[in-house]
Write a protein that binds this ligand. Structure first.
Ligand SMILES: NC(=O)C1=CN([C@@H]2O[C@H](COP(=O)(O)OP(=O)(O)OC[C@H]3O[C@@H](n4cnc5c(N)ncnc54)[C@H](OP(=O)(O)O)[C@@H]3O)[C@@H](O)[C@H]2O)C=CC1
Ligand SMILES: N[C@@H](CC(=O)OP(=O)(O)O)C(=O)O
Length: 497
């Protein structure tokens, strides 16, 4: 079985999008705002007009908008395409008016709705209204979970590399644009590539209009860095071609992850493995972005591994709909409505009821009984840690959460590591935030990390089933479209400069 996630062909016809300005609490939802009680939304976003004629993509970007001239897709084929939308969100700036518990609940709901629409919402503590407002969590307020820089900058500069984004209309592709802009990634030229279906449509990015081009063999002429997120078969076909043409490919698919000689990189963990690849070498190469569950897991486990060396790791995941693409998110929303309305749920993506349910990850089950997602955690961890001996086992579950994965991780160490030291180590780790409030029973949640850069870690505790201080349990949440895909890839690209 080919270990490569494919993009469902039928999921590429229609899309929407938005512009926003972030200052830490923002909603870039493409969803009709009338669905969200305005008085309960604590938003300070300035969002430009949205034209949606089809599916919603799980991300809008700062200063990014996509225009679609006409839908080539039947509205009936998409749950979120029932209503044609043309909403001037700038006129709908929601004002915080309530600090009540209801406000907290509704704000949390709005976050979920933002995720439903595919945008996610950057949270800080005030989003939760009175319940969490300003509260410190283990000495760190919820707002410490890194959000995007407030100022949207302009990366266009003559001295920058030329950059291509392959699969720009997709969930990860959209996130690429957001992250490039937020991190002020320098570029002298930007080429936006997708399938034939999207060719000719327009994307506005950092104040400029770009026409989406069809991906062809000539696409990489003169391109220094190619960011791929268009599925495994596209990566397999065009990745090597781009590299031969001198481009450094950062690939989000699983196509090359386990290929010898292809660095598999989480910058906070093993940037040294790509130290030999630089733009200044003027030589093409392929660098792989790990699986999102692996990235989120290793962001938390690696600082501890460095200290006490992990001997065995047991991972249980709770994976969001967005990991399976925009169509899965749309179906979860549709099913939720249908079930609440007492109707039979529509089951096109997973062939089962997803709303109010959970199930074993949808990737294929391999000969040893593990599914592909689980085996990625096993194999990729060994490669990233350069430790073929480390024992890893995993159970991956799809849960009815819109965006951001959660993982329970049990660790067995070679050397002793007590829970206080572990908390200390994690609180200093780059890209990690500790949310570990035992008295308040407040720990990481997918909602709180949605659209955040940092991976949140909590439930840090000694594993009482192990002798001495050789075992720990932790609970981790991370936005898998962001740190699990686009952000990680852009961080890799930054290392090339
Ligand atoms: N979603 C996630 O959380 C994660 C995803 N990934 C990986 O990222 C990749 C993309 O996933 P995601 O963004 O969710 O998928 P989407 O379905 O949202 O987007 C797919 C993208 O691929 C493009 N595409 C499809 N066919 C072609 C083609 N023949 N030529 C050029 N472009 C094509 C689509 O363009 P068009 O709109 O024109 O059809 C679209 O831009 C996958 O490899 C996935 O495994 C990795 C980590 C996490
Ligand atoms: N890990 C994603 C699926 C995915 O995109 O995996 P990969 O990048 O390894 O193909 C999920 O939540 O299902």
């Amino acid at each position: 079985m080919d270990d490569v996630r494919e993009i469902p062909r039928e999921d590429s016809g229609a899309w929407a999008y938005i512009t926003r300005q972030s200052d830490g609490v923002s909603d870039r939802s493409g969803r009709p705002r009338q669905m969200l009680p305005r008085q309960d939304l604590r938003r300070e976003a300035t969002i430009a007009s949205v034209r949606s004629s089809g599916k919603l993509i799980p991300r809008a970007s700062s200063r990014t908008s996509i225009r679609r001239v006409a839908s080539d897709r039947s509205p009936e084929s998409l749950p979120l395409a029932r209503e044609r939308r043309e909403i001037d969100l700038a006129e709908q700036q929601a004002k915080a008016s309530s600090d009540s518990c209801r406000g907290a609940r509704m704000a949390a709901l709005s976050v979920q709705m933002g995720a439903l629409a595919g945008s996610g919402v950057t949270l800080r503590s005030s989003v939760y209204g009175s319940k969490l407002s300003g509260r410190k969590i283990q000495g760190i307020s919820a707002s410490r979970i890194a959000s995007r820089p407030r100022a949207v900058r302009m990366g266009l500069t003559e001295s920058g590399p030329s950059v291509a984004v392959v699969g720009v209309t997709g969930a990860v592709g959209q996130e690429f644009l957001a992250v490039l802009s937020e991190r002020n990634f320098p570029y002298s030229k930007l080429k936006l590539l997708a399938s034939k279906r999207s060719a000719g449509k327009h994307i506005s990015f950092e104040g400029r209009d770009y026409e989406i081009e069809e991906l062809t063999k000539e696409s990489f002429e003169g391109i220094d860095i190619s960011l791929f997120s268009a599925g495994g078969s596209i990566s397999k076909e065009y990745g090597p071609l781009a590299a031969e043409m001198g481009s450094i490919v950062v690939d989000n698919s699983s196509a090359f992850r386990m290929v010898d000689g292809v660095p598999l990189i989480v910058p906070e963990v093993n940037a040294d493995a790509m130290a030999h690849i630089k733009l200044s070498n003027k030589k093409g190469a392929i660098i792989a972005n790990p699986n999102c569950s692996t990235i989120i897991c290793l962001m938390a486990a690696t600082p501890l591994h460095r200290h006490a060396k992990v001997k065995r790791m047991v991972v249980s995941t709770y994976q969001a709909a967005s990991g399976a693409g925009a169509a899965a998110m749309a179906e979860l929303e549709q099913q939720t409505r249908e079930v609440l309305d007492g109707q039979e749920p529509t089951c096109n993506i997973f062939n089962r009821q997803y709303a109010f349910n959970l199930f074993s990850h949808n990737s294929a089950v391999t000969g040893n009984g593990y599914n592909e997602e689980e085996m990625k955690l096993v194999k990729e961890t060994r490669k990233i840690w350069n430790d073929p001996e480390v024992l890893v086992t995993a159970t991956c579950i799809r849960v009815p959460v819109m965006r951001a994965h959660a993982e329970s991780i049990n660790l067995q160490f070679e050397r002793e590591l007590d829970e206080n030291t572990a908390r200390e180590i994690l609180s200093k780790a780059e890209g990690v935030v500790v949310v570990d409030d035992r008295s308040g029973n407040n720990f990481p949640t997918p909602l709180e990390v949605s659209s955040k850069d940092d991976v949140a870690v909590g439930r840090i505790r000694k594993d009482i089933s192990q002798k001495g201080n050789f075992g720990l349990d932790i609970f981790v949440c991370g936005d898998q479209i962001r740190k699990g895909a686009a952000l990680n890839a852009v961080q890799i690209a930054e290392k090339l400069l």
